[in-house]
Ligand binder design. Structure first.
Ligand SMILES: [Zn+2]
Length: 290
């Protein structure tokens, strides 16, 4: 689930695939012209000034929306704040595209005997961070395995392990989170929204989609030219969103595409795949930071 740097590309942008990193499989993309996203009412209570995290998340989406408005075919709109605390896609469910901060670690609240550990459901069951402690945030995208069409995407941020900040300035000293930068909300969210709209990681210098984000970083707040080109080329204004593999005359493919369209009726044949994308800290594995 963590896209570590195995064979990672250095292209200006890399589209997410049905099978991560496998360019023989379809790209992931939205086809709905209008997408709503929602913030959990809980926010991140530790952020200072209070409530500034909501604005930072909004600015992150606005950065992408500005590009989509110029050359793209999607519009990203903020819905109201909601009480939902569940990520993922449920057939027949409400399936909002949700942004939420998890405030406690599952290791601290879910008993080790709980079956949720086996089926990866502890996060929703206990409203906790269930991923690697050193991962800053995760975008969970649900899509159709045949067509690559995205149905739902949710973003979770790891508050138990990271001090999220919204200020500018130098790197924060320990336990300080105002007028300095620790893990910047907008930096993190701009990257995660890249995953949300169908981007994978790239090692291209200066890309918003670089997989690592050291403490104090704010450069990913600004969307780079490669990621900008992704929007214009994959979601061209006035045209359909672009797949990577053209549909063929294969009758089986056609049939499978129809099955995908029946998702909301809950057919067992249709099981969405789940992709977790992680923004990794420098200190993970590479050991660049203590
Ligand atoms: Zn990432």
């Amino acid at each position: 689930m963590l896209a570590l740097s195995l064979g990672q590309s250095s292209a200006p942008y890399v589209r997410s695939r049905v099978e991560a990193g496998d360019t023989t499989t379809q790209c992931l993309f939205w086809t709905a012209p209008k997408l709503s996203w929602y913030q959990s009412t809980v926010g991140n209570p530790d952020t200072k000034p209070a409530g500034s995290e909501f604005d930072a998340v909004r600015r992150s989406f606005q950065g992408w929306q500005t590009i989509f408005a110029g050359c793209g075919n999607l519009s990203l709109e903020e819905g109201g704040r909601v009480d939902d605390r569940s990520v993922g896609y449920e057939v027949g469910g409400q399936n909002r595209n949700l942004v939420l901060f998890r405030l406690r670690s599952c290791a601290d609240v879910a008993p080790s005997s709980d079956p949720c550990w086996g089926d990866d459901s502890c996060g929703n069951a206990y409203d906790c961070w269930s991923n690697d402690a050193q991962t800053i945030a995760v975008t969970l995208t649900t899509y159709d395995q045949k067509s690559g069409i995205i149905y739902d995407s949710d973003i979770e941020l790891n508050s138990p392990s990271f001090t999220f900040t919204t200020s500018d300035g130098a790197l924060c000293p320990p336990r300080v989170n105002l007028n300095c930068v620790s893990t910047d909300v907008q930096n993190t969210m701009t990257h995660e929204i890249g995953h949300f709209v169908g981007l994978d990681h790239t090692n291209f210098t200066g890309s918003t989609m670089n997989p690592r984000a050291p403490p104090g970083e704010t450069t990913k707040r600004s969307i780079d030219s490669g990621s900008h080109a992704f929007v214009c080329e994959s979601y061209p204004k006035g045209q359909a969103s672009q797949s990577c593999i053209q549909p063929t005359a294969d009758p089986n493919l056609g049939r499978k595409a129809q099955v995908a369209g029946c998702a909301s009726t809950g057919a067992e044949a249709w099981l969405p795949a789940l992709a977790g994308w992680a923004l990794l800290l420098v200190r993970r594995r590479k050991g660049a930071r203590a």
